[in-house]
Design a protein around this ligand. Sequence first.
Ligand code: NAP
Length: 326
Amino acid sequence: MSLRLGTKISRPPKGEHYDTLIVGGGPAGFSAAIYASRFLLKSVVVSEDIGGQLNLTDVVDDYPATLSIKASELVSRFRDHAEKLFKVPVYEFISVKKFDKIEDEFHVVGSNGLDVYSKTIILAVGSKRRKLNVPGEDTFTGKGVSYCSICDAPLYKGKDSVIVVGGGDAALEGALLLSGYVKKVYLVHRRDQFRAKPFYVNQVLNRKNIEILYNSFVTQIKGDNFVKSAVVLNKDGKEKEIDIDGIFIEIGFEPPKDWYQSLGLETDEAGYIKVDDWMRTNIPGVFAAGDATSKWKGFRQIVTAAASGSIAAYSAYTYLTEKSSR
Ligand code: NAP
């Protein structure tokens, strides 16, 4: 969700003190807010981008008990649940820049004048799907450009053809899944070897309706209201335009590591925040949840993000109660 010209930005009152400050307005952040409020913690949500990766999806049909729901509607429900039912204030278009420990609290500062104190922090800042950065990609996101085969494959049932880009587990798993829904899957990979597990590679090589285009790059995505074709260039300089109903870009994730690594938070080699089973980071009082963490890296789902948010809130609560009983 981008900031429209003239949008009035509100921020938490300057110098306000909270029990828990939640950074991130996706499923993990809002679930943390709901649970923090149920534990009677004075909480606040600040977020750059309400919805996070849900903004990249059209319809969600794998979140239990919602059946099939527009992703934007699910985002609204998450937000309403935290903000309206549990009265947790939510401030958007605010990014946290740093936090410093001052006695028993963190002093948190960020964009748009954020300047507050909190006894605990829950980082639910998500991760970003890596983009191809080719013409047409942004225009058709949600209109035939998808970043999640597992989420969107069933929407292509009975269609003629799709492209999957990538050579890792996600791309090959996605291609296999999609091959059950569409007549033809083109798997476009930039090298001549896959980094995916042999388990997936062997299946892909034997799947009749998957055509692999090695050493190839998608250079443009075209369409009108919806994706219609993609231009694919191979290393020899040969270019072809392939008619497709959709394109799945599965080229990995990037954690938004730029600011939080400088705070001394331990991350794994890829930059995801290291947490234990209780979503505790290496900094006492700082917890993390959802896709920004090193947990369940191979299975990023709304339901797992929400679960980890609730656990982070519980851990913040136990941290504070244990501290106050000392
Ligand atoms: P990944 O393992 O990082 O693979 C990304 C793939 O995209 C690589 O093949 C890479 O090519 C390609 N790529 C990267 N940038 C590109 C670009 N700009 N243009 C074209 N291609 C590009 O990411 P992932 O497949 O999303 O997997 C992420 C993690 O989740 C991995 O640890 C994976 O094992 C795990 N995962 C596990 C499962 C499972 O076991 N069921 C399923 C999904 C994901 P190169 O190979 O040339 O670098």
